[in-house]
Design a binder for this molecule. Structure first.
Ligand code: AMP
Length: 223
């Protein structure tokens, strides 16, 4: 069982790398952003509470996101690993995660910090979109589908963009990252868990660096 946190500002490539690791090793991606977007779409109580906050680029309450994570951890008892993507984002969430894991006899193996040049983030974020059916990620300049307008993975011709991927909201999201999320790095550094990876490298090179950290280049079972 491998447990890994991907930490980095919006647009650093956490979701992209989490998806690649998921298809390579069968790990379960736990993205609180994805869970919250699903809750908004479903119109649930959590979704109603989160929607306006997400639109503004602020952070949803620690209680809500920790509950989402706890429920998913309990629902995936067969998992061979978990990738935390976009969680924890505050010191309180980091401490809650420790408690959730120790209650379940689990422990973190790695915190991977995706280090990126902030100037590149707005450019990355404003060009990104996903397949509306399977959620595969694309980008207007860096990752186009092999056949224009057709998803490489599932063949769908429907794509979507996130409402919070606009320049103004991105600035708030970056400010939230700097104020509340970056300060949790020392907490994990003190536990000896943090490895920094150059998030400006090509997608495959970032994956290769993460593979090295996981030490699973040869034992992983490609899907
Ligand atoms: P993401 O997809 O990770 O960029 O998250 C999108 C938005 O969902 C964020 O800007 C926050 O409003 C909210 N969100 C996602 N994860 C968390 C979290 N761990 N704590 C608080 N808010 C979150």
């Amino acid at each position: 069982m491998k447990l890994l946190i991907l930490l980095g500002p919006p647009g650093a490539g956490k979701g992209t790398q989490a998806q690649l690791l998921t298809s390579k090793y069968g790990y379960v991606q736990l993205s609180t952003g994805d869970m919250l977007r699903a809750a908004v779409k479903a119109g649930s109580e959590v979704g109603k509470q989160a929607e306006a906050i997400m639109k503004s680029g602020g952070l949803v309450s620690d209680e809500i996101v920790t509950k989402l994570i706890a429920d998913r951890l309990d629902g995936e008892s067969q998992a061979t690993g978990f990738i935390f993507d976009g969680y924890p984002r505050t010191q309180a969430q980091a401490e809650s995660l420790d408690a959730l894991l120790s209650e379940r006899g689990l422990k973190l193996d790695h915190v991977i910090e995706l280090d990126v040049d902030e100037d590149a983030l707005v450019d990355r974020i404003s060009g990104r979109y996903t397949c509306a059916r399977c959620n595969e990620g694309y980008h207007d300049r860096y990752k186009l589908p092999k056949t224009a307008g057709v998803c490489d993975v599932c063949g769908s011709t429907e794509f979507k963009r996130r409402p919070d991927d606009n320049a103004e909201t991105v600035r708030t999201r970056l400010a939230e990252y700097r104020a509340k999320t970056a300060p949790i790095l020392p907490y994990y550094e003190a536990k000896g868990l943090v490895t920094r990876v150059d998030g400006m490298a090509d997608i495959e090179d970032v994956t290769a660096s993460i593979d090295r950290i996981l030490g699973e280049e040869t034992v992983g079972t490609p899907a």
